[in-house]
Structure formats: structure tokens, C-alpha cells
Ligand binder design. Structure first.
Ligand SMILES: NC(=O)c1ccc[n+]([C@@H]2O[C@H](COP(=O)([O-])OP(=O)(O)OC[C@H]3O[C@@H](n4cnc5c(N)ncnc54)[C@H](OP(=O)(O)O)[C@@H]3O)[C@@H](O)[C@H]2O)c1
Length: 291
């Protein structure tokens, strides 16, 4: 297919406006990296023969190579050679070492997409000796089954085409939003940490069912599907959650008694505080990293 170049920067754009990737390097094919790998390969963004992944340990590399039919190894310098798209899925504390290791091997026109929590675009830009195009992503664990929530924030040198590319990469894993990077700590506290809060709620509701005599498996299914359905109704109807809550709450019925207990137990305030605390912690991690 014929391609045109979107200015001197950015990946090639095909005629339909979609960027094409010549070589993709996934750095850190762990839980998130493998999920991304599988999503990207499924979306046919780039042929399998042009995808390479790295990890720290050879047995994991062998597993990835065997499962996905791609080249996988432990050599980051080799992996980034010629790559025009590099997905960084390392732990936050590993990113600096990686950038120092590959700074001479990276293509200057490569797009870097980093999913490392708390690592800012500015940090990556500062670590490299050229104006690197970078997009920061904050996904969450439901990405592993393609029901994730992914926030994207562009760096100083990233183009509109780069954001489109990041959207394409992550849309195979769930819902994407583009945000100003200043919101990333809040997003970390809300949608990245959020699944942990939701699992606690699912577990608690299931325990309630058990207390009332329901078998545990049934109770967990009822609880999880209730959260899934209620969430889908919020997203699909676009209604305010309070209005949807009112629809369940018959005057003098059962639900209002349950809601009274929730208010007395401080669920609302507790959840707000949990998100705020996690966001503060995310900010501390950034501050430490920038010292
Ligand atoms: N899991 C999520 O849903 C999620 C959500 C939001 C953000 N994130 C972010 O994604 C990043 C990865 O998280 P994760 O849960 O996927 O962690 P993980 O499963 O531990 O994956 C990290 C991977 O990096 C590899 N690795 C370590 N050092 C390396 C190096 N120097 N070069 C190349 N590969 C190296 C490890 O290899 P080995 O397996 O061989 O040790 C491992 O496969 C973190 O920054 C996290 O904050 C994850």
C-alpha cells in the first residue's frame, strides 16, 4: 500500500490515515507487555515477522517466542535497532537503565510509548540526547481481557499521528482517553489502582451472600456480574450514577435500607480517600524519580 509521510516527524501514514509500523519492539514483555503484544498482534498493526520483544530472563523470552512466533530475547540494544515503535512496559525503576543502555541505538525518529507507572514524559525526554517523541500510557489490569481503561498523554515532541498510533495500539485492549499529563497521578489513583478497590467490593458483596446462605461460587458470580452490568449501564446510558441509583431505590423498599447502611459505614468517603491516597503516592513516586 502506498504511504505518505506526515511531515518530517511521525510514523508513515497509510492513505486511510492509519500509521504503519515497520518494526515494533516491546521492552519488558511481562504481564502488561504480553497483553499488549497479544493485542497488537491480533490487530495486525504490524506483521509478526517485524515484532521483537525483550525480558530479563531467557526462559521467559523462550516462552514469548514460542507462544507468539516472534523474536524474543534479553538484548534491548538489538531489539530497538531499526524499531520505529518502541513500547516500554518495564517497572518504573528499570526505565532509566533501559534508556541509558539504548540511547545510542534508538532510531531518532522512533516513537516511544511508555506504560511505566509514574514515569513522566519529561523524564524520558531528559534521559535521551535527542528530541524524542513519546506518549505516556496508564492502562489497568482489565486490559488483559481487552476491557481495560487506558489514559494517554503526549510528550513535548509527539505529533497528532503519534497519539493516533498510541490509540490504535491500546484500543485493542479497551477504552482509551487522551488527557493532559498533569492528570496522570489522579488517573493512576482512580482507574489504574481502581480494579483493586472494585475486587474488594466484589469480594465483600460475595461474603454478604455467603453470610445469607448462598453458595460462594454463586455469590461471587452474582456480585461480579452486578458490578459489570451496573458499570455498563453507566457507560451506555450516559446517565448520572445518582439517577441510576434512584431507579433501583423504591420508596420504603429494601435498597434504601441498604444504602443507609453504606452511608453510615462511610463507603463513599472511604472510596474517595482511597483514590486520593493512591494518587498522592503516585506523585511521590514521580518526585523521588526526579530527584
Ligand atoms: N500490570 C498492569 O496491568 C499494569 C497497569 C498499569 C501500568 N503498568 C505498568 O507496566 C509496567 C510493567 O508492569 P507488569 O505488571 O507487566 O510487570 P512485570 O510482569 O514484572 O513485567 C516486567 C517485565 O520486564 C522484564 N524486564 C525486567 N528488566 C528488564 C530489562 N532490563 N530489559 C527488558 N525487560 C526487562 C521482566 O522480565 P522477566 O519476566 O524475565 O523477569 C518482566 O517480563 C510497570 O511500570 C507498571 O507500573 C502495569
Amino acid at each position: 500500500m502506498k504511504t505518505r509521510i506526515d511531515s518530517s516527524k511521525g510514523l508513515d501514514l497509510a492513505k486511510d490515515g492509519h500509521a504503519s509500523v515497520k518494526r515494533l519492539a516491546v521492552i519488558g514483555a511481562g504481564k502488561l507487555g504480553e497483553g499488549l503484544l497479544s493485542g497488537v498482534l491480533g490487530s495486525q498493526l504490524v506483521p509478526v515477522s517485524r515484532v521483537v520483544a525483550t525480558v530479563a530472563h531467557q526462559p521467559r523470552a523462550d516462552y514469548i517466542a514460542e507462544k507468539y512466533g516472534i523474536k524474543a530475547g534479553t538484548n534491548n540494544r538489538e531489539a530497538v535497532l531499526g524499531a520505529d515503535l518502541v513500547l516500554i512496559c518495564l517497572k518504573p525503576q528499570q526505565v532509566k537503565g533501559f534508556l541509558q543502555e539504548v540511547r545510542k541505538d534508538l532510531r531518532k525518529d522512533a516513537l516511544l510509548i511508555s506504560a511505566a507507572a509514574s514515569v513522566t514524559n519529561e523524564f524520558i525526554e531528559r534521559e535521551l540526547p535527542f528530541p524524542v517523541r513519546v506518549v505516556r500510557a496508564m492502562p489497568n489490569t482489565p486490559c488483559l481481557i481487552r476491557h481495560g481503561m487506558i489514559a494517554l498523554a503526549r510528550g513535548r515532541h509527539a505529533t497528532d499521528a503519534d497519539l493516533k498510533m498510541a490509540n490504535r495500539v491500546f484500543s485493542s485492549m479497551g477504552r482509551t482517553v487522551t488527557v493532559d499529563e498533569k492528570h496522570m497521578d489522579a488517573i493512576t489513583g482512580l482507574s489504574a489502582s481502581g480494579p483493586a478497590y472494585v475486587y474488594t467490593i466484589i469480594e465483600s458483596l460475595a461474603e454478604a451472600g455467603v453470610k445469607l446462605g448462598l453458595p460462594r461460587e454463586l455469590s461471587t458470580e452474582l456480585s461480579a456480574q452486578t458490578l459489570l452490568g451496573a458499570s455498563a449501564l453507566v457507560l451506555q446510558s450516559g446517565e448520572h450514577p445518582a439517577k441510576l441509583k434512584d431507579m433501583v431505590t423504591t420508596p420504603a423498599g429494601c435498597t434504601i435500607d441498604g444504602l443507609l447502611e453504606l452511608e453510615e459505614g462511610g463507603l463513599r468517603v472511604t472510596l474517595i480517600k482511597a483514590v486520593v491516597r493512591a494518587a498522592e503516592r503516585a506523585k511521590q513516586l514521580v518526585d523521588n524519580q526526579n530527584k
